[in-house]
Design a protein around this ligand. Structure first.
Ligand SMILES: *Cc1c(COP(=O)(O)O)cnc(C)c1O
Length: 226
């Protein structure tokens, strides 16, 4: 079971320290990103009290969800428009909505027996050609349209900024996300816009300082992926 318990304590401590440094105690949730990792490691974290897990690959995720339907599963990977149905039917949250068409399909395919699926719009905040996500300047228009879809519940925004190991460089895109998040809240006061998903193993401190409410941590919990 390697050092998973130690890793968990260390990540939780980093989050606590980062919250404290900006007076945001208790504001940040941990999403454990378990892609490519076996169910035993997920179970080891559950034993420590973790209940939210993020997955990127549909088939892999379905196997895990079938074993632990009681956990809260978040889809955070790229979405192919012909594979929306199992996502609509099996997840509580989606962080990676990057096209209006995908949102419409998910809305149509979410079973009416389930509560609306919580969604975040992925923003290509560093405007990289290689990355998915809405451009920052189209986000508010799209959010308006998506907020009309009854089986989706728009909760906020997500980003994966350009990789940088320099904390100062890391801060800029996170602050731009925070600005957009505030604009979104003002634009849709009736919606429960409360989630800003940003920060990973290498930049969670910068993300929390800029107002992240959910950090997505894989490597520093489960070890490196192949
Ligand atoms: C893999 C992944 C993560 C976790 O990244 P780490 O650097 O391993 O913590 C977070 N978010 C998304 C969208 C990912 O695909």
């Amino acid at each position: 079971m390697m050092d998973i318990k130690k890793n968990y304590q260390s990540v939780c401590n980093r989050i606590k320290q980062a919250e404290k440094a900006c007076q945001r105690q208790g504001k940040v949730e941990l999403l454990a990103v378990s892609k490519t990792k076996p169910i035993e490691l997920i179970e080891a974290l559950v034993a420590e009290g973790q209940t939210r897990f993020g997955e990127n690959y549909v088939q892999e995720a379905l196997t895990k969800i079938a074993q632990h339907p009681e956990l809260e599963w978040h889809f955070i990977g790229p979405i192919q428009s012909n594979k929306t149905r199992p996502i609509a039917e099996n997840f509580a949250w989606i962080h990676s909505i990057d096209r209006l068409k995908v949102a419409q399909r998910l809305n149509d395919q979410r079973p009416s027996s389930m509560t609306p699926i919580n969604i975040l719009l992925e923003i290509n905040i560093s405007q990289e050609a290689s990355k998915a996500g809405f451009a920052p300047n189209e986000a508010l228009t799209v959010a308006q349209q998506i907020s009309q879809l009854p089986n989706l519940k728009l909760r906020g925004l997500m980003c994966i900024p350009q990789l940088s190991h320099d904390p100062q460089q890391q801060t800029k895109p996170f602050e731009a996300m925070q600005t957009l998040f505030q604009q979104l809240k003002e634009q849709l006061p009736e919606e429960n816009i409360d989630t800003l998903s940003m920060g990973m193993s290498g930049d969670l401190e910068a993300a929390i300082a800029a107002g992240s409410t959910c950090v997505r941590i894989g490597t520093d919990l489960f070890g490196a992926r192949n």
